[in-house]
Design a protein around this ligand. Structure first.
Ligand code: ATR
Length: 277
């Protein structure tokens, strides 16, 4: 009998060396007794469609998409989920009867991590998001689905924050944090969605916005989350990094491809934490 070919999955990005996705998906597969391969593909900055085509032509079943291609992936797919449409971003691609489908699991991953692993629920909470780029837009619709009291945006460049407000105000109460009256605002959850951690630039967190029990959550992890983590520690605030979200968004992608929801364990989180620190 011919040996059955391994199911082929991948993550496409640039850079891609640092990606933990292969480790996470292989862990899920092993746990569920599924044989699969999951590779990293570095696409040229102007070569995303070619890289996806090649992967699927060679028998790929599904791929994740990471920076800087999530918007390219949205443009690439022929059909997409409602969440992908609202965020304009795709991180999970699969092919069905010759048609490429795209989904966005980042927002769901973020919410799952908060609810399942941190026992934190968005309903009626006051949310502040630092940053107004792709990461910020990727989570806002999923936050609104959980009915927060309000979302405020704080961003270095006012214009970019304003674009986010315009894009999402149809979904609920979202506005720019008024820099004149900052201390009048308090937040239950402050999310760092800036890419500051990737650079050596200064990082500014507004003062006077925290209360006892306020939570700081960085969508990044490892070295990129250090500045916000240090800030949180200095101010005796609860801090979480984005590793839990990374695992949960991967679990959601796995579910889309394989139809089975993997078990997200503390052991996997700790294994990855050891690699990133
Ligand atoms: P991503 O896809 O990771 O969100 P992005 O779309 O380039 O990346 O967005 C980066 C976000 O981080 C932006 O909100 C950016 O602020 P500007 O809109 O002012 O550019 C923010 N950012 C990057 N470096 C920062 C820094 N040193 N301090 C504060 N915000 C920063």
């Amino acid at each position: 009998m011919a040996e059955q070919e391994l199911k082929k999955y991948a993550v496409i990005g640039n850079p891609i060396d640092h990606s933990l996705s292969p480790e996470i998906h292989k862990h899920f597969a092993k746990d569920l007794g599924i044989d699969l391969s999951y590779i990293k593909i570095k696409a040229n900055l102007d070569g995303f469609p070619e890289a996806v085509n090649k992967f699927f032509d060679e028998g790929g079943l599904g791929c994740n998409v990471t920076l800087p291609f999530k918007q390219n992936a949205f443009d690439y797919v022929q059909q997409s989920s409602e969440l992908a449409k609202i965020t304009g971003s795709v991180n999970t691609i699969y092919k069905n009867e010759g048609i490429f489908f795209g989904d966005s699991t980042d927002g769901i991953g973020f919410i799952s991590d908060l609810e399942k692993n941190k026992d934190f629920y968005i309903k009626d909470k006051r949310i502040l998001i630092l940053g107004a780029g792709g990461a910020s837009k990727g989570i806002i619709p999923s936050i609104f689905l959980k009915k927060p009291s309000s979302i405020k945006i704080y961003n270095r460049t006012y214009e970019n924050a304003n674009k986010v407000i315009e894009k999402f105000s149809i979904l609920g109460d979202i506005s720019i944090l008024d820099k004149e009256n900052i201390e009048k605002n308090k937040f239950d959850l402050v999310i760092n969605a800036t890419s500051q951690g990737m650079s050596s630039e200064n990082f500014e967190v507004p003062e006077g916005i925290f209360e006892k029990g306020s939570i700081c959550y960085d969508l990044s992890y490892g070295a990129a989350a250090k500045n916000f983590m240090n800030f949180a520690k200095e101010n005796q605030l609860i801090f979480y990094d984005g590793l839990g979200m990374l695992i949960e968004q991967a679990a959601e992608s796995f579910f889309i491809w394989e139809g089975i929801r993997p078990n997200v364990t503390k052991r996997l989180y700790e294994k990855l934490l050891a690699v990133t620190n």
